[in-house]
Design a protein around this ligand. Sequence first.
Ligand code: GLU
Length: 496
Amino acid sequence: MTVRTRIAPSPTGDPHVGTAYVALFNLCFAKQHQGEFILRIEDTDQTRSTRASEQMIFDSLRWLGIEWSEGPDVGGPHAPYRQSERADIYQRYVQQLLDDGHAFKCYRTTEELNELREQRKAEGNFSALKQDDLLLDEAEIARREAAGAPYVVRMKVPTEGTCIVKDMLRGDIELDWAQVDAQILMKSDGLPTYHLANVVDDHLMEITHVLRGEEWINSASKHQLLYDYFGWDMPVLCHLPLLRNPDKTKLSKRKNPTSINYYRKMGFLPQAVLNYLGRMGWSMPDEREKFTLEEMQAEFDIQRVSLGGPVFDLDKLSWLNSVYLRDDLDDAQFINAMQQWAFNSDYIQQLLPEIRPRVQLLSDVMPLAGHFFAGIPTLEADDFEAINIDQDRQVALLQFLIWRLEQLPEWNKASIMHQVQQLAAHFELKMKVILAPVFVAITGQLSSTSVLDAMAILGSDITRARLRNAIDILGGVSKKKAKALEKEYKGIEFDA
Ligand code: GLU
């Protein structure tokens, strides 16, 4: 048997460090067994998936040095590797489950489902909704069918007992069937849900081992049942511990930058980031902190993964990066790293329209535009004092801007400007005034290049990190204040 592992990210946002972490462990596991590591794109959520996000996943994994032998961009014997291009395959398998009586069409409307849930809650029944709860009488089914009413396909799920799922690290995991809904397998638009597509693809793509984040444990019982229904062998499962913030909460972009783009733009070296990810719950037999991908692959042993939540600590990563910069790179490599990072003509080309009209001498460039070659500016609360807005309101508008920017599907000057304009209307401030604190937060100066252009060029990660930094400098947001801000924010009507 050839070991085959995969990473199956959904392209719905920034490329997450958690994706790279899981990819790294899958890659090492496969290589340790002379196997294959493949990449599949799970884009069945058509409203949230974008090609731009998919491209960022490819780029950032490659930047880190992670390569796959099959995938949407490299092809392979099991193509297509993008789930949105496999709809007919899932249709066939859903039909098989329907024919075998393992799944059923459910014509229940959202209102009916809500009503059912309410009713059960009132009766003190908190167990999941099963096939019998959802069943309509035959005449009603026939009537809805004849009327062409939308339906979903759900799988039948046992009403009681436990499901035992085997995990390489956790042993037997017991999951209670009573808590598992008759899971939707196919939505009314004819596209599969994660569960069906994931199981069908892992089987067809001959995946032997699934190493994924522990947030998927609860899905494992449904997957196991689907494998049984199809009569297929289930891959061996291994749920890796979730990355955590230093306060042990789940790594989230509210507390820590989670996008690989952020680390790239801040000037971390890919080999240092990859090395650090390798230390998340795993260690070399001799416990050394610095090692290469090849060394990790040579020594890899999944049983050495410890389940205590690994902390993704920016200070430790920065330290490791400094070791690489100091000890690892010779002068030529150091210069090369600087060039790759920002001192290259592609990047400088983007800045030219900002710089050219504003300088007399080349020596004016750095004082004017140094923030394009920097991470987070050093600021003090005093820097915001001259601005004609209460500092409290400055915090509010910076926070609202972060929230708006977090959900922007496209990052460009026009889309950023549109958000600032809407906030200007809410705060009843002129654009020029509302942009003042944003300007200081982003450029760290009182005069520099255009701030909207700067945000567009710097990208969403650095922009949001600088805005967050400004909020901290202005005293931060306490829990109580955050609640009030959220309330105010929810009351604003944004058009997009
Ligand atoms: N599409 C899922 C994700 O976004 C894949 C989970 C799995 O590996 O089964 O992570």
